[in-house]
Design a protein around this ligand. Structure first.
Ligand code: PLP
Length: 268
């Protein structure tokens, strides 16, 4: 099986996610990230948000049939090397997306288990967490939960140590994901350690916390970077290493942006 790097082809990345009108997260962050990392970007919209750096003021979910129509249009014509899922809003949308992914398959499926925006607005109906676990975890090549999301998926207490992060990562593997990137930013210390858990390895990706309040869109951006880079790298370890290094630059450069009056976006 030849990778895109071997064939020299530009990798094709698809995001199935919500729109952030303010441009810092969601589909907009994904497409900017795809471009920055050398991938051709495509988008299937699941929901519109009226949003700026101060928060989400309204959400308008896309009808599930129209999400299926967008997937049909893309997959019936265009090669898709890797897919990511971001905001999915509700259980009906999760079912529609799962059906499309089962129909078309894709070599790499990144599931960003988006639940609640930093400002507190729900991006996923809390009643849809079971659907996410049951229908999408088994399709995922990798999932990227932060600590509250991992806890919600497992019906467990939020991890407060790296040992608990690894344990919950293993439990999410057992729940069907092929790999789990447990993101440790919510541990809250000087370090933001991430752990990649797969069937044969547990790999630590350490990083010092960067002092900035402008972290809007970090989760979207990381999962988009994984999606853009995986077809261009040999395995998830190399992919996570390079995606995280790129994200840290984007966070470090966030202060250069002067976008809005709230929690500004990272610099894609
Ligand atoms: N808006 C959309 C459409 C998203 O998909 C996300 C995160 O996935 C957010 C907002 C939240 O971004 P943050 O919590 O980084 O502010």
């Amino acid at each position: 099986s030849s990778s895109n790097t071997e064939t020299g082809a530009i990798s094709h990345a698809l995001t199935i996610a919500g729109s952030d009108s303010g441009g810092g997260a969601g589909i907009q962050a994904d497409l900017k990230t795809f471009s920055a990392l050398g991938a051709y970007g495509m988008s299937v919209l699941t929901a519109l948000t009226a949003q700026n750096t101060q928060g989400v003021s309204a959400v308008h979910p896309v009808p599930p049939e129209f999400i299926a129509a967008q997937c049909d249009a893309v997959f019936s014509d265009i090669r898709v090397d890797a897919v990511k899922m971001g905001m999915l809003a509700n259980a009906d949308i999760i079912s529609a997306v799962a059906a499309s992914l089962r129909k078309y398959q894709s070599r790499y499926i990144v599931l960003d288990t988006v639940m609640i925006a930093k400002g507190g607005h729900a991006l996923l109906d809390p009643a849809a967490v079971d659907a996410l676990r049951e229908q999408l975890l088994p399709l995922a090549s990798i999932i990227t939960p932060n600590l509250p999301e991992a806890a919600a998926l497992l019906g467990a207490r939020e991890a407060t140590t790296e040992a608990q992060m690894r344990e919950q990562g293993r439990a999410l593997l057992a729940a069907g994901a092929q790999a789990v990137l447990m993101k440790g930013g919510h541990l809250g210390g000087e370090q933001c350690p991430d752990w990649l858990i797969t069937a044969d390895a547990e790999v630590n990706f350490p990083a010092a916390r960067i002092a900035t309040r402008h972290t809007h869109g970090t989760g979207c951006t990381l999962s988009a970077a994984l999606t853009a880079l995986r077809p261009q790298r040999a395995d998830w370890v190399e992919t996570v290493r390079d995606a995280k290094a790129w994200l840290l630059e984007a966070i470090a450069n966030a202060e250069r942006l002067q976008v809005g009056h709230g929690i500004g976006p990272v610099h894609h």
